[in-house]
Write a protein that binds this ligand. Structure first.
Ligand code: E4P
Length: 217
């Protein structure tokens, strides 16, 4: 499963990229607002740090303007992936862009039927928002299971990008189901490395190693 960082904070992206664990980045208008940075500038900077897809979202709601915005965004770098909302205009834009060889991430997906439409529109990625789905009384992971089943039934090659990931259980379940990608805030990705028994084990080994009086270097 690929790991994308869901952030527009350069330092966080750089730190994760340095670990070799990062396969891409997703941004959205709210994350750009939070970063306080110019959208075009920060997107260019992120594309320079990460080799994989960097999602940049259009903000127009009609197809014609979405296409104009996408033209500006895809000119930033070869690894820009245009993010469009799951609306009829977004799907039309998705088809036009993917026919043209541009990567597209269809975002704000909350139903398996929406995911089916995105695959039919040739989406590179579909982004079901599991955390927001859970928040509204639904089962976000059940949505991922349904999409996996449907995509496998018809051999769609649209990748399932689990979004709005809030905690380690979302990541684990995504991997169990066979999602292709998950995007999460860097702190959630880094926390996956934590285990109390790992910490206790290191503490014990360090204590005993010190007692040997030896050194490796
Ligand atoms: C995905 O591409 C979105 O940017 C993101 O995962 C939304 O997450 P949130 O529900 O935590 O805002």
């Amino acid at each position: 499963m690929k790991f994308f960082a869901d952030t527009a904070e350069i330092e966080e992206i750089r730190e994760l990229a340095d670990t070799g664990l990062l396969d891409g980045v997703t941004t959205n208008p709210s994350l750009i607002h939070k970063s306080g940075r110019d959208f075009m500038e920060v997107t260019k900077e992120i594309c320079g740090i990460v080799d994989g897809p960097v999602s940049a979202e259009v903000v127009a709601l009609d197809h014609a303007t979405m296409m104009k915005e996408a033209d500006k965004l895809r000119a930033i770098a070869d690894n820009v992936c245009i993010k469009v909302p799951l609306t009829i205009d977004g799907l039309k834009t998705c088809r036009a862009l993917t026919d043209d060889g541009t990567m597209v991430n269809v975002t704000l997906c909350f139903s398996a039927n929406q995911a089916l439409l995105a695959a039919k529109a040739g989406a590179t990625f579909i982004s079901p928002f599991v955390g927001r789905h859970d928040d509204n009384g639904f089962d976000g992971m059940e949505l991922i299971r349904d999409i996996r089943l449907i995509y496998d039934n018809y051999l769609f090659d649209t990748e399932i990008l689990v979004a709005s990931v809030r905690h380690a259980t979302h990541v684990l379940e995504s991997a169990r189901i066979g999602a292709d990608v998950m995007t999460a805030p860097p702190k959630v990705i880094k926390a996956l490395a934590n285990h109390i028994l790992t910490d206790k084990g290191i503490e014990g080994f360090m204590k005993d190693w010190k007692a040997t009086g030896q050194s490796i270097l």
